[in-house]
Design a protein around this ligand. Structure first.
Ligand SMILES: NC(=O)c1ccc[n+]([C@@H]2O[C@H](COP(=O)([O-])OP(=O)(O)OC[C@H]3O[C@@H](n4cnc5c(N)ncnc54)[C@H](OP(=O)(O)O)[C@@H]3O)[C@@H](O)[C@H]2O)c1
Length: 510
């Protein structure tokens, strides 16, 4: 049946956003200033949100509406990526910016928000539509939602929605409890769990690439794919967020959410229709097919790492334990790698290697799909060493930076004799389209306003990915790691290379 919501356009051609207000909890924080406000300003600049729109920020720091506007103007000017700042657009946009000082643990804060929200609704004709964006400490999420319910802010003249930032839970049990707590106040269709990777253009393009073309899908299975490597490497360390990071670690911070979602995007079955239910059904089904590791498999199929100090390019880089705010004996994983298997007919037996880490040699996120080698090598490889190392076809989906897709294949080297050498066929987003891509937060905020949850995670998806990660966390809690086990600026611990070597594979250098 066709969707009854007139604001939904699953393919996002003529997305109309209804009037609404966004209440941002944690409005004095890093995410608000670096991502949310620049994204909202940009949407106003492009006239993708209506004039009848308002933002209500909340934090404990005392600020007047004017102070908040001035602070946000500074942030937008500083963090607006590849986009111009227009004084006249800001002038009109900032008239819809308001601030309520208050502590989330104090019921009076919610009374003040409710009062201000109803004033804003009148002044800006937002029709009672409101989104509550939880951009504050994760330990507050359940409490904030409960108090929104106590104050009856989950109901209004229009629709009400809640956006929950990552991390969604600290482990399987806490994620389940959080789901139950939030669903006690909001219906599942009103809950938007954000995983900003799903909003990235390049991640959405994986679906376009797979399901918009006829030639790749027939190869997209265990008969042709040898293995897949997903890498999310960062060259920076914890950058002043050591206290937060030491509680999370790489497995929780990246694999449980972003990278398992990316893997699901690469491996899910085609949905019958491109809409929130069908796409999320397929993602959830895939995540439920990921094999859960047994305790004795954890050391074989997962690797934890932590960086130690090193001199890189003349700079002395500190180890994780020497970072500001970090316990000198911290057991946190700043590197995590795992081998996953998807137990379904399409992928049985194909290893999916995922790795992520801080202080690796470069910042890069990509997916490398390695196909089986040709059954018979007729030609000599043209390599300096003259060795006949097989170079199978490789398809690389580049998420960041240099967003694009490359296909590696063998080509005849110039000159006499049939020698072959790997070459690459490249598609580059920037040069092919020559226009700016929206940031993930622009895409996701418009989607939430339009009531489209396709790119948000659902309860069953979050639950399934925690089920995959929990045995690894449990296994690691009982293992004694010799941290630090990789030097800052290197590609991670030796054990990670050994994990692949056991299957006859090697990590590629991105
Ligand atoms: N930063 C990022 O790049 C990023 C990326 C992805 C996800 N996230 C997630 O987004 C959320 C926010 O992250 P963040 O980096 O913006 O954190 P943050 O910089 O620590 O900001 C949180 C804000 O919440 C306010 N706050 C703290 N306790 C409060 C209380 N009791 N009552 C009212 N307000 C309170 C604080 O402002 P006052 O001191 O003025 O109260 C603070 O500025 C977190 O869940 C994080 O995991 C962040």
């Amino acid at each position: 049946m066709a969707d009854a919501n007139p604001f939904q356009d699953p393919l996002r051609f003529e997305r109309r956003v209804p009037p609404c207000a966004i209440v941002i909890f944690g409005a004095n924080g890093d995410l608000t200033k670096r991502k949310l406000l620049p994204a909202l300003y940009r949407l106003a600049y492009e006239r993708r949100i209506p004039q009848t729109f308002a933002i209500l920020g909340n934090s404990r720091t005392h600020l007047s509406d004017e102070d908040f506007r001035a602070k946000m103007k500074e942030s937008v000017q500083k963090f607006l990526e590849d986009a111009p700042f227009d004084e006249s657009v800001w002038e009109s946009f900032s008239k819809g910016l308001y601030y309520v000082t208050g502590d989330l643990q104090d019921p009076a804060c919610y009374e003040a928000i409710a009062k201000k929200l109803s004033e804003v609704e009148k002044d800006h004709q937002t029709g009672g539509n409101a989104i509550f964006y939880l951009s504050t400490q994760p330990s507050f999420y359940a409490d904030v939602v409960q108090r929104l319910g106590d104050q009856k802010l989950n109901h209004g003249a229009g629709w009400r929605r809640v956006i929950i930032e990552k991390p969604f839970g600290h482990d399987l049990e806490s994620a389940r409890k959080l789901n139950t707590d939030i669903q006690g106040v909001f219906r599942e269709t009103e809950i938007y769990r954000i995983d900003h990777y799903l909003g990235k253009e390049t991640v959405q393009n994986i679906l376009a690439f797979r399901f918009g073309n006829g030639i790749f899908e027939p190869l997209w299975n265990r008969r042709y794919v040898n293995h897949v490597q997903i890498t999310a490497a960062e060259s920076i360390g914890v950058e002043g967020r050591g206290a937060y990071y030491q509680e999370a670690g790489a497995l929780r911070d990246m694999i449980q959410n972003h990278l398992l979602q990316v893997m699901a995007t690469v491996t899910m079955e085609p949905p019958t229709v491109y809409d929130a239910d069908n796409v999320r059904d397929e993602r959830a089904k895939l995540l439920r097919s990921v094999r859960i590791m047994k305790p004795e498999e954890v050391p074989l199929y997962s690797v934890a790492g932590q960086y130690g100090p090193a001199k890189v390019g003349g700079d002395d880089l500190p180890g994780f334990r020497q970072e500001h705010g970090v316990d000198p004996e911290a057991r946190t994983d700043t590197y995590a790698a795992a081998t996953f298997f998807v137990d379904n007919w399409r992928w049985a037996g194909v290893p999916f290697y995922i790795r992520t880490g801080k202080r690796l040699p470069k910042r890069v996120t990509d997916i490398a799909i390695q196909f089986n080698a040709a059954p018979l090598s007729l030609f000599r490889q043209d390599t300096k060493s003259g060795l006949m190392t097989p170079r199978p076809n490789l398809l690389i989906l580049r998420i960041q930076p240099e967003e694009g897709i490359s296909l590696r294949f063998l080509s005849k080297s110039p000159g006499s004799g049939m020698r072959v050498r790997p070459v690459s066929m490249d598609f580059n987003y920037g040069s092919s389209f020559g226009e700016r891509s929206p940031t993930a937060y622009e895409t996701l905020l418009v989607d939430a306003m339009a009531g489209d949850a396709t790119l948000y995670t659902r309860q069953d998806m979050v639950d399934a990915s925690w089920q995959v990660v929990q045995p690894i966390l449990d296994g690691w809690a009982n293992q004694k790691f010799d941290f630090p086990n990789y030097a800052a600026g290197s590609w991670g611990p030796k054990a990670s290379d050994e994990m692949l070597a056991r299957q006859g594979h090697v990590w590629r250098v991105p």
